[in-house]
Every structure is written in structure tokens, then in C-alpha cells.
Write a protein that binds this ligand. Sequence first.
Ligand code: CA
Length: 142
Amino acid sequence: MASLSLSLGLLVLCTLALVHCGPYDDRVRVWGISATNLKGDFLSQPDPYVKVWCGPAFGGMTSILKNQANPTWPGEFNFLDVIHKSVLKLEVWDDNVGPDHRLGTCTTTIYPGTHIETCHLKKGTVYYTYTYQKEQQQQKDG
Ligand SMILES: [Ca+2]
């Protein structure tokens, strides 16, 4: 029981601290999200924001940028314990007084390395960068 508790404790510690922890180290970072030529309702500029998923894990959403057809969102999203070949999904939304309007969705299957992605919506283009850091599980003898 003590070793199990210790293992769980270490796992929690590793997850929180983002230190190297062998098989738990596969992670994805998404950042540098921007867009051009987004369209709002009628003649108004959109108030865009982005929601980010990696596989089943919801990473959160960006801030809402008011009246911007060409937004650049600050911040980044991090996913831990990522499953190989997960689908990274970004939904672009227009914030409204009424129901928000989805401007489009970008999906890509992740591969190890850093990738600059371009995603064409019905109206507008989205750009983002992701890094998929895949650690090999290291076997050590004795
Ligand atoms: Ca709006």
C-alpha cells in the first residue's frame, strides 16, 4: 500500500510540476493562435474566441477579442498524457449577446514535432502552432 501511495503521489507531483516522468511525459502545447478575415454577423466585426481540445481532453478557451476580424490570441494550451495520433480540435466562435455563432472548426491529427498549421474556414483563415513532445519510454536494466 505504501508503494502504491508513493507512486500515486509521484504521479500527481509529476503532473503538477511538468517534470520528466517517463511514460507520463507525452504532451502537446498549442500556441500562436491567430486568424485573418473572420466575418461577424451582418456588417459588424466578429468578437472571436477559440476553444481547444486534444482528443477527449478540453484544454479551455482563449479570451474574447472584441471587434476583431484579424485577431491574435495570447496564451497557450497544454495537454498531458496525450494518446498518440489524437485529434487536435480548435473551434472558432463569435461571441454574441444572443447565442454565440460558430465560425468554423479546425482539426488535425497530431504527430511528434512542432507544426505550424493553417486552417481555412468558410470565411477566414486560422493559424496556430503545436508541439507534440513524445517521450520514448525508457527501459533501464537492473
Ligand atoms: Ca459578435
